[in-house]
Write a protein of this length. Structure first.
Length: 209
């Protein structure tokens, strides 16, 4: 006989990753623009050594040919701020760059400081090169690691998210993430970006006391 009248599970301080899939028509236009831009900027680095990645300059959001991607990012960020009930006087992409990972290349665990949101748009993915890992942000959660009888979202210290061409992810800039070694025979291409409030230093960084 139970000694409890009832019980509740309280979910506190959730960590969100927002995932969207672009429509086929928009995806094809955006991918074409990105790949043409990369061919121009990678004339001297078209062939990468296995295991060695490449990144472009961080100003792709200023390129006219990538305007449609920027519009998609802004639209999704607006939805996120509405969902989180965040008031602001505007936001902007602070940096945007392309990533190329040839077979064997990976990206170590990292976060994106001095921004509020970060994101990734996937241009070319393949079987064995179509995931991104998000790591538990609770540092103290790793102090004790008992064995688990079954791996679930409640006891995992890493979440692997499947992606495909045209997938757009946004997440807190402080959330650490990584990319496993490319196990395919093709080059994986993505575009990363950061978002920050435009008036942060003027109106949002004042003390809250």
């Amino acid at each position: 006989m139970s000694e409890f009248e009832g019980s509740d599970l309280l979910s506190m301080f959730p960590t969100f990753v927002w995932k969207a899939q672009l429509k086929q028509e928009a995806q094809e236009r955006i991918d074409k623009a990105i790949l043409e831009r990369l061919r121009e900027s990678r004339k001297s680095t078209l062939r990468l050594h296995p295991g060695s990645g490449w990144q472009s300059a961080q100003d792709l959001h200023t390129a006219e040919e990538l305007r449609e991607l920027v519009q998609c990012v802004h639209a999704m960020a607006e939805r996120i701020f509405e969902f989180l009930k965040i008031g602001h006087e505007g936001f902007e992409i602070t940096s945007c760059w392309a990533n190329a990972l040839p077979p064997g290349a990976s990206h170590q665990t990292h976060a994106h400081p001095n921004n509020y949101l970060s994101g990734i748009y996937y241009v070319r993915t393949f079987e064995g090169a179509n995931t991104v890992n998000f790591h538990d942000p609770r540092i103290q959660a790793g102090v004790v690691r008992p064995p688990v009888t079954q791996l679930t979202s409640e006891n995992a210290d890493q979440v692997v998210v499947q992606v495909e061409d045209g997938t757009l992810l946004l997440f807190p800039a402080w959330l650490e993430h990584s990319v496993d070694a490319n196990q395919s025979d093709e080059e994986r291409i993505s575009v990363s970006f950061n978002i920050m409030f435009s008036s942060f230093t003027e109106t949002m960084s004042k003390p809250l006391w």
